[in-house]
Design a protein. Sequence first.
Length: 306
Amino acid sequence: MVPGPFDLSHAPPVGVAEAVAPGLRVVTAPNAGPMTFTGTRSYIVGEGEVAVIDPGPHDPRHLGALAAAVAGERVAAVLVTHAHRDHSAGARSFAEAVGAPVLAHGDPVGARSAAMARLAAAGGIGGGEGIDPGFRADRRIGEGEVVAGPGWTLTALATPGHTADHLSFAWAEGSALFSGDHVMGWATTLISPPDGDLGAFRASLVRLQGRREGVFYPGHGAPVGDPQGLIRHVLAHRAAREGEILAALARGPATVAGLVAEIYAAVDPALRGAAGRNVLAHLIDLGERSVAVAMGPPATGAWRLA
Ligand SMILES: [Zn+2]
Ligand SMILES: [Zn+2]
């Protein structure tokens, strides 16, 4: 484990608008948990005429707080980073309440790589945590799409990996990037195949290494004040994890469960399931690169070095 820059001290107010920066407010949802940290962060960009990013879970308390925060203002667009329920499930109700369109990639299954589509079709791979199958965008957007209002110009960046449909949004006036669940300051994100794709995640991180924004606003947790340092850390962390898996496989074939017991011996038992999904993501990535080979069903069978 690479010692990290993660900030676990975040303690945001829940259910009220919190001013984050000029022209930016956030309402934190009451859905804190092991996978959501202190709760989903629903961002309000602009003043008077605003964009809302990730309305969050379908929780009347949260959607009411978000609506109250924008009372008297016009919501021009509701943007969704990805179709996970903790970000997207409240989008439809909120958008209807404020009379705004929902803009998102909108097709997490169709966006999977050919390899992930094959794994999903073969069955037995598991995954699907948090996916919001009922989510629909009013307008599907993708790479390079610009959505703008007074004081905010938001450009969509395709950042697949956590999910295949994941978008980040660069905010030009704020010199900031809304990074969803792709880059967060409290933990490395869950990569659970077939929606999660470690190769795509790594490429999306490398892609953001060229960005000049001084701050990232993630889907969970505090603003990230050193995004480039965090990206370097996350890449190093994944490389270290891969090294641990390769070292274990060098001693002989192993299953996901066996690798979790060996590599994540100290982890909170509540996070073992997520650890298993991350290990599987690494194994599938190693398989794609012809470094490792599945000897049976990828999620339950043994893997060996190629
Ligand atoms: Zn997510
Ligand atoms: Zn999330």
